[in-house]
Ligand binder design. Structure first.
Ligand SMILES: CC(C)(COP(=O)(O)OP(=O)(O)OC[C@H]1O[C@@H](n2cnc3c(N)ncnc32)[C@H](O)[C@@H]1OP(=O)(O)O)[C@@H](O)C(=O)NCCC(=O)NCCS
Length: 170
């Protein structure tokens, strides 16, 4: 799968992306808004592991966000299991130097359409840490609706916080 958008290209992660991945992912401001399995600091070994995994097992669900020929972010859909099997969770991050240009808003729109067209799902959702207003905007601009505030659902960087649940259904 490869999607050429106006602001970026979404394509599978591949060998050769490691240095760019480290350059953009090694950022506390990104880590602060994602789960703890996202490494910080983000090393070359982390990048090699991720690219091996993403370029094989995840090659139809997780894509690099490529800008000017470099992989500068990631966007993906995580399948859910059992009674949740017709749902997927969307996740994304972008290198800080590219923030505020509408890149992820456009990428989320394209991934949402791709997800509903490609997989047998009826729901795509995201859990957003309560302080992440930029991510809320990205989802709202793509027709995701606020469903719930999960009080004290997470601990991140030593701080207990609420989670905002957003979803789009068909
Ligand atoms: C969230 C993130 C993916 C947004 O990517 P982006 O390409 O910069 O987003 P866009 O430019 O498409 O849109 C950002 C929107 O948020 C708004 N925004 C940005 N920073 C903001 C802030 N601090 N407060 C309020 N709104 C903010 C922008 O103004 C824009 O909305 P608008 O079009 O209504 O003006 C990016 O900031 C990021 O990678 N953050 C760290 C990781 C992360 O949060 N991942 C998501 C976890 S749920």
């Amino acid at each position: 799968m490869e999607l050429t958008l106006t602001r970026s290209r979404l394509r599978p992660w591949r060998h050769g992306d490691e240095a760019s991945l480290v350059r953009h992912a090694d950022n506390r401001k990104i880590w602060k808004n994602v789960r703890d399995h996202f490494p910080h600091p983000y090393t070359m070994t982390d990048a090699e592991r991720w690219i091996f995994h993403a370029s094989t097992a995840l090659s139809t669900t997780v894509f690099a966000i490529e800008v000017q020929g470099n992989a500068v972010g990631s966007i993906g859909l995580v399948p859910k299991e059992d009674v949740y099997r017709r749902s997927m969770e969307i996740g994304y991050w972008l290198g800080e130097q590219y923030w505020g240009r509408g890149i992820v808003t456009e990428a989320v729109g394209a991934m949402t359409a791709y997800g509903f067209d490609t997989f047998d799902i009826v729901r795509i959702f995201a859990d957003i840490f309560v302080w992440n207003t930029a991510s809320v905007r990205v989802l709202e601009k793509n027709g995701y609706e606020f469903e719930a505030r999960l009080k004290k659902a997470i601990i991140k960087d030593g701080e207990v916080g609420d989670v905002l649940l957003y979803a789009r259904t068909i």
